[in-house]
Design a protein around this ligand. Structure first.
Ligand code: PLP
Ligand code: SF4
Length: 327
C-alpha cells in the first residue's frame, strides 16, 4: 500500500491534454506543450493544479509549470550548467561549493516540474548516490571536519520515503563534527500530504538541529492543506524558512511579494532568499533585469518589517557564497 503522498506523486498530471481539459484552457496551447515537454516533462500534482484558476492562462501557478515554445529558444548567456556545479562534485551526489556545508542531491525526483528550474538539465542519473553510493558520501563528510552542516536537496529529498531518509540521517548523526541538517524541499507546497506523521516523527527525533527550507513563489500556493502541513512541521521543532525565485509575470511586483512574506510568516515560515533567476537554457523568458529586481527589493524593504524581507541574491560561479544583489 502506498502512502497518500506517494499516490499523489504518481498520479500527478503528465499529459498536456489533461491539464488543458481540467483547467478549461484553449487547445491552441497543446502543440507547444507537447514539444516543450520533450525537453523537460510536464509534471503537476493534482492538489497544486486545484489551486489554479480555471480558464486563466496567466495564472501565476500555471505559468510555473506550463511547457511553452519559448523554452526551446537558445539565448546568449544561458547555459545548461549555469552554476558550473560539475567542478564542485567530488563524489557522486555531493556538492561541496561553500565552506562549512555540503549539499547532497539525494534524488532526481521532484513533486512538480518547475519550468524555470536550474536543475532541468542536471545529469541526475550519473549523480544519484543511490544506497550503495551513500558510503562514499558519508566518508567524505566524516573525513572533513570543516563540514558542520549537511543540506539534503535534489530533486526533492522529500520525494524519498521516510525509511531511506532516517537510515541516512542515522549515519550522519554518528559524525561528531556535524551540527546541523537542512532540508531543501518544495513538497510541503506542491504535495502537502507529504507532511505526514512519519515525517514529523523523523524530524522530531533527529539529533542534529534541523532547518526546513521550503520553496514557495506565490501566496496562491498557500492553501488550507499547506498551512496545516507547515504547522505540523513547525511543531516538529524545525526552523522553517522559505526561498523564492523572482519570476516574470508571476511574482515580480511589490504587492505580490509583500503578500507572500506576510502569509508565509502567518504560516510560521520566515522569508530567507529571493533568488534572481539562474541563467539556465530554456528559462530566459522568466528573467527580470537586475535593476528592476533591485528596485522591487528597495520597495519591499520600505514596506515590510525587516525580518519579513528576503535577501535578494544571485548565484555566481566561483563566488564563496550566494551574493547579495547589491554587491
Ligand atoms: C545554495 C547552496 C548552499 C547553501 O547556501 P546558503 O547560503 O547557506 O543557504 C550550499 N551548497 C550549494 C551547492 C548551494 O547551491
Ligand atoms: S521542485 Fe525545485 S528542484 Fe524540483 S523542479 Fe521545482 S525548482 Fe527544480
Amino acid at each position: 500500500m502506498k502512502n497518500p503522498w506517494q499516490k499523489a506523486l504518481i498520479e500527478a498530471i503528465t499529459d498536456p491534454k489533461e491539464l488543458l481539459e481540467v483547467l478549461e484552457l484553449p487547445h491552441d496551447l497543446l502543440s507547444e506543450m507537447i514539444n516543450a515537454s520533450k525537453l523537460f516533462p510536464l509534471k503537476v500534482p493534482r492538489s497544486y493544479m486545484a489551486r489554479m484558476q480555471k480558464g486563466n492562462r496567466h495564472d501565476p501557478l500555471l505559468l510555473q509549470v506550463l511547457p511553452i515554445d519559448l523554452e526551446e529558444k537558445e539565448v546568449n548567456g544561458y547555459a545548461k550548467d549555469p552554476l558550473e556545479e560539475k567542478k564542485y562534485n567530488p563524489v557522486p551526489g555531493l556538492l561541496h561549493k561553500y565552506k562549512s556545508r555540503v549539499l547532497l542531491t539525494m534524488t532526481g525526483v521532484c513533486g512538480v516540474h518547475c519550468r524555470f528550474c536550474f536543475r532541468r538539465h542536471f545529469p541526475y542519473n550519473d549523480n544519484n548516490p543511490g544506497k550503495s553510493g551513500w558510503n562514499d558520501v558519508i566518508s567524505y563528510i566524516a573525513n572533513d571536519t570543516s563540514i558542520h552542516e549537511v543540506i539534503l536537496s535534489g530533486g526533492d529529498p522529500l520525494a524519498m520515503n521516510d525509511h531511506l531518509l532516517s537510515d541516512f540521517t542515522e549515519k550522519l548523526a554518528e559524525i561528531p563534527h556535524l551540527k546541523r541538517l537542512r532540508i531543501h524541499t518544495r513538497m510541503p507546497i506542491v504535495i502537502p500530504e507529504r507532511v505526514n506523521d512519519e515525517l514529523i516523527t523523523w524530524i522530531s527525533q533527529l539529533s542534529l538541529k534541523t532547518t526546513v527550507v521550503i520553496h514557495c513563489n506565490h501566496t496562491n500556493e498557500i492553501d488550507a492543506d499547506v498551512k496545516l502541513g507547515l504547522a505540523k512541521l513547525a511543531q516538529s521543532g524545525a526552523l522553517l524558512l522559505n526561498q523564492s525565485v523572482l519570476l516574470k509575470n508571476i511574482n515580480d511586483n511589490v504587492e505580490t511579494l509583500c503578500e507572500l512574506s506576510e502569509n508565509l510568516f502567518a504560516a510560521g515560515v520566515l522569508p530567507y532568499y529571493l533568488h534572481v533567476l539562474d541563467k539556465v537554457q530554456g528559462a530566459a523568458h522568466f528573467d527580470i533585469d537586475r535593476d528592476t529586481a533591485k528596485q522591487l527589493h528597495v520597495e519591499l524593504t520600505a514596506r515590510l518589517s525587516g525580518y519579513l524581507v528576503p535577501r535578494l541574491v544571485k548565484t555566481t560561479p566561483g563566488a564563496p557564497a550566494k551574493l547579495s544583489i547589491y554587491t
